[in-house]
Ligand binder design. Sequence first.
Ligand SMILES: Nc1ncnc2c1ncn2[C@@H]1O[C@H](COP(=O)(O)OP(=O)(O)OP(=O)(O)O)[C@@H](O)[C@H]1O
Length: 360
Amino acid sequence: MIDLSLRLARRDFTLDVALPLPMQGVTALFGPSGCGKTTLLRALAGLERAAGRVALGDEVWQDDAAGRFVPPHQRSLGYVIQESALFPHLDVAANLAYGRRRAGADGARVDLPALVDLLGIGALMARRPATLSGGERQRVAIARALATGPQLLLMDEPLAALDAPRKAEILPYLERLSRTLALPVVYVTHAIDEVARLADHLLLLDAGRVRAAGPLHALLARPDLAWAGPDEAGVVIDATVAAHDEAYGLSQVRFAGGTLWLGRVAREIGAPVRVRVPARDVSLVVERPARTSILNVLPGVVTDVHAQGQTATVRLVCGQSAADTSAAPLLARVTRRSAEALQLHPGQVLFAQIKSVSLM
Ligand SMILES: Nc1ncnc2c1ncn2[C@@H]1O[C@H](COP(=O)(O)OP(=O)(O)OP(=O)(O)O)[C@@H](O)[C@H]1O
């Protein structure tokens, strides 16, 4: 457990956060601009002097009550920012070697060739940073941060400076990284697609305070958290590939709530996949539609209706039957008028028509 209790007051802003963060997986720090994400990350690293306590398991980095404050360079952490600085006069190999040397004994633990392989930078070893693309540079920066053998990896919008194609190129590496390495990652981002793809846990900040925190799936399925903007609400679902339909270029995936069709995915039957269902692409019907162009229609039971302004976000659980308790949640975004016309209420049985499902 990462034990965090930090308070920092600025003129118009106060960071006040106290909660445990998990020691495994990727925790995404999410929230509107200026809510304190970078400040929290820097305070965690000791780069910003907040009051309170920071402990990584048994290792106490800050404890004001005991007069303890470990300076940032003595904390075993990697820190990757938007445009990480590499040594321009050193090639990639020498940049990595520097990271490793800096770590001393910790660095000796690191399997550098495995790291190079994981980030796909083997072919870049003799290149100078100025000759690398933005995405390649970030991959090297991540490798260098990890070459120090850190116990915690902090990433502050590592993809924000990249255009969409570069971002798409680097995301699979980050995904592999988070699945392969056994170290906790705290990842600041504005982008819901990065959250949906990479995160295991979510910490939602609002004006310096924790608005919500918990496992990704549960938090994304909360209808009251319209935090990501109305178009960004939606759940992510862990599923496995169940079938391919080559003739129509489709794949079917199975999850706790049933099955879904989506565009052909290049994965074998049985492979685990994470898919995203945006709330705006889910509509609700009271009776099972007899003839519809929508491929995915799932029965579900309403658990929550959260109206705000002219829209309502509806949480429902889908299963093969209404009594199926292992069922998975979905969010649907409908107009408030429709919510009233259909008299949506908890316990109601209906059907979700899902217009789009995308592979993460
Ligand atoms: N060095 C600083 N001096 C004074 N105020 C600062 C400083 N850095 C940030 N702030 C203020 O502290 C608050 C939190 O800023 P912070 O950068 O942590 O937010 P953020 O959530 O990371 O924002 P963004 O998503 O825009 O990067 C903001 O009100 C910001 O204006």
